[in-house]
Design a protein around this ligand. Structure first.
Ligand SMILES: [Ca+2]
Length: 311
């Protein structure tokens, strides 16, 4: 018995042999005996290197930096992958072009907390013995260990991402020292980080404290703790080789380690000295732990920073 082949385009066009039938129900062909059925997208349906998968009715294997049902969407941040409905909730490595179509690709860790919110990882710190965040201005600018266990994505990528016209939120994720599965996320809306000529100055809203969260307690808001001399708000970024802080007599980054948006000096420096050498002050976790303790939270031993957008 000969085998005939039918092609269906969408719901309304079927082709059998040389004959095209418009407005026919393709399902009649699909189920007819001795027919092998293939479905294909119209030519040009998949853009930017995508390949059509009939079963899912979308394009897969988009070229790096493209997403969406037809690979038509430029991915500037992880939120573009999370909103494309081609991925379920979870964490993935993806390519983004934070500064737009002409920008170079950056490989980033994405987390989709919920379908409508996507987060790009800025930093992850495990506080193990080989952990070293005491880096130069150039290293904080360009990023270091960007795909490693302890990482910093880079200030230039951060700046491009949060100035692309969307509204971004900084998420500080704190994990308990004794049990990493116990964690708390603290969100700061209206995140803005200026360019290098403005020393990557940061502004963001104070976090709305969630005092009803009895499961994890409240771990407080150390970024704004301590008032006008320590709050992170409107501060420039500083490193040991670039003093942009508010302390006239010292370099906060040299004194406390790491690169950070120091004031005079800091209430929360998640990039501070670790592990501590004799005589080094502890700012990496101490301040947040003090705040957490005040609010009844556990000691912190693992941190992540994310930059999140809802659309
Ligand atoms: Ca200074």
């Amino acid at each position: 018995m000969a085998t005939c082949t039918g092609f269906g385009y969408g719901e309304t066009v079927c082709i059998l042999g040389n004959r095209q039938m418009n407005n026919q129900n393709c399902s009649e062909l699909i189920t007819a005996p001795a027919f092998v059925y293939y479905e294909e997208a119209p030519p040009g349906f998949c853009l930017n290197g995508g390949r059509y998968v009939a079963k899912k009715r979308l394009c897969i294997n988009c070229s790096p930096g493209w997403t969406g049902q037809r690979c038509e969407k430029l991915a500037q941040g992880c939120e573009d992958y999370c909103n494309a409905h081609v991925r379920s909730d979870g964490s993935y490595w993806q390519y983004i072009r934070p500064g737009g179509a002409a920008d170079s690709l950056v490989f980033v860790r994405c987390t989709c907390y919920i379908r409508s919110m996507g987060c790009t990882m800025l930093s992850k710190r495990t506080f193990n013995d080989s952990d070293n965040f005491n880096k130069s201005w150039a290293e904080y600018k360009d990023g270091f260990n960007t795909s490693g266990d302890s990482m910093w994505l880079g200030l230039e990528t951060l700046h491009k991402l949060v100035t692309n016209g969307r509204a971004y939120t900084l998420c500080v994720e704190l994990h308990a020292k004794t049990n990493h599965s116990i964690s708390k996320k603290i969100f700061y809306d209206n995140l803005l980080v200026e360019d290098e000529s403005n020393n990557y100055r940061i502004s963001l809203n104070q976090s709305a404290l969630d005092v009803s969260d009895l499961r994890f307690k409240n771990w407080g808001d150390a970024l704004f703790a301590g008032g006008e001399n320590t709050s992170i708000y409107n501060m420039y970024f500083s490193t040991y080789d670039r003093d942009n802080d508010q302390s006239p007599e010292s370099n906060c980054a040299s004194d406390y380690g790491g690169g950070w948006w120091f004031n005079n000096c800091t209430s929360a420096n998640l990039n501070g000295f670790w592990p501590l050498m004799p005589g080094q002050p502890q700012t990496a976790l101490k301040t947040w732990n003090t705040v957490a303790k005040k609010w009844g939270g556990p000691a912190i031993g693992f941190t992540k920073l994310y930059v999140c957008a809802t659309k």
